[in-house]
Each structure stands twice: as structure tokens, then as C-alpha cells.
Design a protein around this ligand. Structure first.
Ligand code: BG6
Length: 512
């Protein structure tokens, strides 16, 4: 694996007054600072339209840091805040870039960061294109330009981190990739998916490829089906405007992006080496092999739903259509479930069930690998659950919370007689390592500073993932007048989704 070192650099956040900066980026950078993982010469320059001075920006961030950083040490914060600067500017206006460049040069001198810079687009997606074009025209990007192509290792680098959504569909994603490609080389584009930064998703690579015992059974011969669930108890959290827009809805917001990435890590072939290119290539192949769902199959293999009023912990909750910023007749899905097939030698015939929803019964993200029944039901009479003989073995990978891996298998109940019951072997991340998993954004920001693209998406993955679900998106759009299945807030989603599983003789794992 190549040795990725941190080098001096400046992080420029476009859209810095937004939610992501205070909720995720600054807390993650503070953690990296406390852990002494940032480069010695480092600076953050926030850019957005709101007029603010450096100090006002720092005060604004401190206010949220008190809320979002557990165990904030204010003395250390003051030290950390010294590396944060602010420049008011509208990145969609070409003329704003004279000031932005000047400020970048000043900050670079003050903090001795040199010309390396990481440009973070944390803004409304409709502003991506003009901002990228302006960055290109402003001459900030020198990488790939002939005059400085002599010694790659010593020349300054410019990288761009871009948040999801990467387009609303296959076509707009390809367009965005072309726009990016005119300004940046692919190796300088960091398409962030915070699910890839989650510790347990990374651990999946280790689980699969650092152990000899799982890989031989990781295929259609032994595995019956795979479930990936990302359930949230929250609603749209005041983001009704975004969620109800063409980029919103559970399919685009969660399934197309995060869940398909998780599925790809479960399904990919072992890469030849632990390198960004190798891993991303193997994931891309999964998207190529994911069988697009045909229009006629959509009603059977793709379920959407919207949360209605309900309650959680005894508190009444409004339905989606009553949320602020949401059209009272909205047809946006807050729940989506898919049955997908990956047409490869390894996975032929094994269904992958993906689902995600807001206002569900429990906050959890998990991957469930269910194995086939034993070939011969030797203990049929002895099982406590006599319905279908033995309960099949399962590996449950808890992505969050309670990060860990659980293996369910059958055991004998102590005592006379031969009674059989499912038991669990449990690896609990926190107990085992006596440490909380780091925030995904901290991992990803550090990787981008180091120039490691392993946990970022390649353009082929993004476009491939859109292609895998495009048929469903089109069908849902064409049939927008059909009544949308609903589910009460605080439940496990619409009954149509359970019916999809029943039809296959399977059921969702809905942990209590
Ligand atoms: C974001 C989505 O990408 O992921 C949000 O836009 C969602 O709607 C969030 O709530 C979930 O992330 P996590 O890490 O809490 O599972």
C-alpha cells in the first residue's frame, strides 16, 4: 500500500456557513487537531456569501462546537481556531474569485501552507457547476498543466472534495463528472460518501479479506440472501426543502448512494492489492453486474413509502406531508426497498435486499448475511421453533450503532434431551478495542489531505450506481399519480415491503 503522508495545505470550504461545516467538518478537524494528525502547516478558509469577519466566523463555529463536540476543551479550541479564516464571497460569480484567490494567498503566507489546497464543495448541488467552472477559470488548479509537469512529487497539488448528490440521475451525474473532468484530473477528485468512512464498513474489507474462514463461504453456494438496512428514527430534520426536491427522497438520498456502496463492499471480489485503484475497480464491476430492474418488475422488486403521523416513545409525530418545507401533496418517498441481483459467477441467483427509511422504529444500519439451510434437516424434530426446522446461520454486521459483528448459529439447550436454540457469538467494537469508532468525516478528511482515494467514489462507480436504479426512478416518476404506500412514523415501513419479502419466502430482520 502506498505510503500517504500529510503535507502542508489549505482547506477551502465553499458554502462554509452551512450546516455541514459546523456539524461535521469542524468537529472532525478539531478531533484530528487534538489527535495531532493534521499537518503542522494547515489552515481552513471558509467561503460563503454571509458577510462575516474571521472572528465572527470563529465565534459562530464555537457556538456549534459546544453543541456538537463532546468533551470540548475550550483552551485547545482557541489554539485550533487560530487556523480558521473566513472570506465572504459568492462562488457562482466569476468576479468573486479575484478576492478568493487573494485571500487564499494571504492565508497561505500566514500559515506557511504553500500552494497545496483542498477545495471542499459543501453547497446546494445546483451551485456545483458554476463554482467548478469558476475555480477552473480562476487558475487555481495547476495540476495536470504542462508547465508544472516536471516532478510530480514536488509540485503543488489541488484536490476537490464534492458532497453528494452527484446528480439526480445517470445523465446529470455523467454531466457533473464531465464538468469536473474539464478542471481536475480524476486522481484529484474526491467524491465523498460518508458511509465509506464508517469504521465498520472499512472493517468489512478486513473481515472478508484478512480472514481465511469467511471467503470460501461468501458466495451463492452458501449464502441465501443479503440484507442491507439503514433505518433512521429522525424525519427530514428541517431539510424538507432539499428532501422534497428532485435530488431528495430515500432512493436518491440513501439507497443510490450509501446503500449501493455498502452492497458493493459486501459483493466485490478481492482486489489484487490494497490500493485505491484496485478496490474502486472491483466495486465498479459490481455496479456493472447489478441487473437493472425492468419496468414490469418494479412493482415486485422496488417498494416506496412515505411516513404518515405516528408516535415514538409516546410522543406524537407529524407525517411527512405536514413537515415544514414539504408540499402537502408530496409524492416523495421517505422509504425505499429494493431487491437486486448481481449477475456474477459468485452471486448468481442471490438476492440483495436494500432498504432505507426515515421515522422508522429504530436507528440502525446493518448488513445481514443469511446462509442457506443445512442440506439435511437432521434436527427437525428437536428445534424449539418447529416451523422450518433449524434457523439458518446469520452474520450480522452492525454498522451503527453498537458497531460490531454477530454470528448466529444453532446450539444445544443445556439439560436432558436434545433441544436446539439459536445462539450468538458477539464481537463488540467498543468493548474489544476500548475505543469509540472515529467520526467518518475525520477519516475521510484526513485521507483527502494525504491523497488517499480508497474511500472515495470513482466516476465509474457513481454512474454505475445510478444506472442500477435508473429504471426504478423512471418508473416511479412515470407513475407519480399512483397512491404512495404509507407507514406510521415509528414503524418498520410499509406493509408492501414485507409482502415483497414474503413472496420470496423471506422476511426482514427487524431487531427489537
Ligand atoms: C445523509 C442523508 O447522506 O445521510 C441524510 O442525506 C441521512 O438524509 C444521513 O440522514 C444518514 O447518515 P448516518 O451517518 O446518520 O446514517
Amino acid at each position: 500500500m502506498p505510503n500517504h503522508e500529510v503535507s502542508p495545505c489549505q482547506l477551502v470550504i465553499f458554502g462554509a456557513s452551512g450546516d455541514l461545516t459546523k456539524r461535521k467538518l469542524i468537529p472532525s478537524l478539531y478531533d484530528l487537531f487534538i489527535g495531532k494528525m493534521l499537518p503542522e502547516h494547515f489552515a481552513v478558509l471558509g467561503v460563503s456569501r454571509t458577510p462575516m469577519s474571521d472572528d465572527q466566523f470563529r465565534d459562530h463555529l464555537l457556538e456549534s462546537a459546544r453543541k456538537f463536540i463532546h468533551g470540548l476543551d475550550e483552551a485547545k479550541w482557541r489554539e485550533f481556531a487560530q487556523m480558521i479564516y473566513y472570506h465572504p464571497g459568492d462562488s457562482v460569480l466569476p468576479e468573486a474569485f479575484e478576492g478568493i484567490r487573494k485571500r487564499m494567498a494571504e492565508v497561505s503566507q500566514l500559515r506557511k501552507t504553500g500552494d497545496n489546497c483542498l477545495l471542499y464543495l459543501s453547497m446546494s448541488p445546483n451551485l456545483y457547476e458554476p463554482t467548478i467552472v469558476n475555480i477552473g477559470n480562476a487558475g487555481i488548479v495547476t495540476e495536470g498543466k504542462s508547465w508544472c509537469s516536471i516532478n510530480r512529487a514536488s509540485r503543488p497539488w489541488q484536490r476537490i472534495i464534492i458532497e453528494k448528490p452527484f446528480g439526480n440521475d445517470t445523465e446529470s451525474a455523467a454531466h457533473l463528472n464531465r464538468v469536473l473532468g474539464r478542471v481536475f484530473e480524476e486522481e484529484s477528485i474526491y467524491r465523498i460518501d460518508h458511509y465509506l468512512g464508517k469504521e465498520t464498513v472499512q472493517n468489512l474489507l478486513v473481515f472478508r479479506f484478512a480472514n481465511a474462514i469467511f471467503e470460501p463461504i461468501w458466495n451463492r453456494t452458501y449464502i441465501d440472501h443479503v440484507q442491507v438496512t439503514a433505518a433512521e428514527t429522525v424525519g427530514v430534520e428541517g431539510r424538507g426543502g432539499y428532501y422534497d426536491s428532485p435530488s431528495g427522497g430515500a432512493m436518491r438520498d440513501m439507497v443510490q448512494s450509501h446503500l449501493l456502496q455498502v452492497m458493493a463492499v459486501v459483493a466485490m471480489e478481492p482486489p489484487v492489492a490494497l490500493e485505491a485503484d484496485g478496490i474502486r475497480l472491483e466495486k465498479s464491476k459490481i455496479f456493472r453486474a447489478a441487473r437493472p430492474i425492468k419496468a414490469a418488475d418494479v412493482p415486485l422488486m422496488a417498494i416506496r413509502g412515505q411516513y404518515g403521523p405516528g408516535q415514538m416513545d409516546g410522543k406524537p409525530l407529524p407525517g411527512y406531508r405536514q413537515e415544514p418545507g414539504v408540499d402537502p401533496n408530496s409524492q416523495t418517498e421517505t422509504y425505499a426497498a429494493l431487491q437486486l441481483y448481481v449477475d456474477t459467477w459468485r452471486w448468481g441467483g442471490v438476492p440483495f435486499y436494500l432498504r432505507s427509511g426515515k421515522r422508522m422504529a429504530k436507528k440502525l444500519t446493518e448488513i445481514v448475511i443469511t446462509f442457506k439451510h443445512t442440506p439435511h434437516a437432521l434436527f427437525r424434530e428437536q428445534t424449539l421453533k418447529k416451523v422450518n426446522g433449524l434457523t439458518p446461520n446469520q452474520i450480522v454486521i452492525n454498522v451503527q450503532p453498537n458497531e460490531g459483528i454477530r454470528l448466529r448459529f444453532e446450539g444445544k439447550v443445556p439439560g436432558v434431551g436434545m433441544n436446539i436454540k439459536s445462539v450468538v457469538m458477539d464481537f463488540d467494537y467498543v468493548k474489544q478495542f476500548n475505543a469509540e469508532p472515529p467520526e467518518a468525516y475525520a477519516t475521510l478528511l484526513l485521507d483527502a489531505i494525504k491523497g488517499d482515494q480508497t474511500l472515495f467514489k470513482h466516476r465509474d462507480e457513481v454512474e454505475g450506481a445510478w444506472r442500477s436504479v435508473q429504471g426504478v426512478i423512471d418508473y416511479w416518476k412515470e407513475n407519480d399519480d399512483e397512491p404512495l404506500p404509507t407507514y406510521a412514523s415509528g414503524t418498520w415501513g410499509p406493509s408492501e415491503s414485507d409482502i415483497m419479502m414474503d413472496r420470496n419466502g423471506r422476511h426482514w430482520r427487524n431487531p427489537t
